[in-house]
Design a binder for this molecule. Structure first.
Ligand SMILES: [Mg+2]
Length: 370
């Protein structure tokens, strides 16, 4: 029988920093710009579970995290290190399992064949032990026949656990979980569902028509999921990653178009580099800016065919930025920008890998930049 092992590394950036630094084990550690080095408006990128127990979480403003967890050790991020470590994990898993589907820098889906749930659990335990002993990294593994359910199970297994959901237990496992646990259901969809009186995944089963009316195709997919059927076009790791993005928050809000262009070029190059490492091509580029009042504007455009390399991202991103700066939202250049980001969607494995990954379907575009 076919199963998916969904591997998610625990507190990934922190774990990368702890390798070779045993003195950091068991201590609260936060990866992000240390607010003690002067005022910053950065956010927490990764927090150890010791830090999380004080209420700190990813994306929290660092000033707030420092107040909640004054004893934390702060470490500035080293993205090149995290990319390298991610490749080490991928190669280790490929050696053992052959086929590995990276879903993000710290998540990997492994399609495996085993006779039953007990054998699938044994494999998951093996993965955890192997990643820990060979690479010194803690992880959690969710196991299910459906890749989407396996991912949801992984979140429930964290940290350092294995959770197996056999096919006959799927509906009961999902029923009590909040709808926000479904990949792709963010705060907006959650609020919409709450308006329909739906808070738990099990409640989705009673409202197929309303879901379809309010959410269209996605409504049908989450209805199918709640009934224990694998959705046809969401969350399947076979579809490959849906989007990638990179963002920068300025130390001080800026309206200078040159500064914005420069930041966007840097982000585009970094994004292109990481796509190149994964041999991913893209077709759609999105630029978004968060203004100083926290409101957001976004522009997106697709190219006629898949693209690779930095130039198409740069070129299109700069055009989109120009449009944003000329739009009424920019208030004639008076409105300042707090955060700028560039994302790509419509990803597909390109170049040499295409032949190897026969039948690797191009994904639907992600509706939001991650
Ligand atoms: Mg993780």
């Amino acid at each position: 029988m076919r199963w998916t092992l969904y591997v998610d590394l625990d507190a990934f950036y922190v774990s990368c920093e702890r390798r070779g630094h045993p003195e950091l084990e068991g201590r609260p550690v936060i990866v992000g710009p240390d607010p003690k080095n002067g005022p910053t408006r950065g956010v927490v990128l990764s927090a150890s579970y010791e830090a999380r127990s004080t209420g700190v979480h990813s994306a929290m403003p660092v000033e707030r995290a420092a107040r909640l967890c004054p004893e934390a050790t702060w470490i500035p991020p080293d993205f090149a290190k995290y990319e390298r470590t991610s490749q080490e994990v991928r190669h280790l898993l490929e050696e053992r399992f052959g086929r590995v589907l990276p879903r993000s820098i710290d998540e990997f889906a492994l399609p495996v064949e085993t006779p039953d749930a007990a054998a699938a659990r044994a494999l998951a335990e093996e993965v955890r032990a192997m990643v820990r002993s060979e690479l010194g990294l803690p992880s959690s593994v969710g196991v299910a026949a459906s890749p989407t359910v396996a991912k949801i199970a992984t979140d429930r297994a964290k940290p350092g656990g294995v959770l197996v959901v056999p096919p006959e237990g799927t509906v009961d496992f999902l029923a009590p979980l909040p709808v926000g646990d479904i990949p792709g259901v963010g705060p907006k969809t959650e609020a919409l569902l709450a308006g329909l009186g739906i808070h738990r995944i099990g409640e989705l089963r009673s409202a197929p028509q309303r879901l379809r009316r309010e959410l269209g195709r996605f409504g049908e997919e989450i209805y199918r999921l709640a009934r224990g059927e694998e959705p046809t076009d969401m969350g399947s790791p076979e579809a490959g990653p849906r989007s990638r993005s990179a963002e920068h928050t300025f130390e001080r809000d800026v309206s200078d178009p040159d500064a914005l262009r420069e930041a966007l070029e840097r982000l585009s190059d970094g994004l292109a580099e990481s796509l190149g490492q994964e041999e991913l091509a893209y077709r759609t580029v999105t630029v978004s800016v968060r203004w100083d009042d926290f409101k957001q504007s976004q522009r997106s455009r697709s190219m006629p065919s898949q693209q690779e390399g930095a130039d198409p991202i740069r070129g299109l991103a700069l055009r989109l930025l120009q449009e944003l700066l000329r739009s009424p939202a920019a208030d004639g250049g008076r409105r300042k920008v707090r955060t700028i980001s560039v994302g790509v969607q419509h990803l597909a494995h390109g170049g040499a890998r295409q032949a190897k990954l026969d039948g690797f379907a191009a994904p639907e575009p992600g509706s939001a930049v991650k």
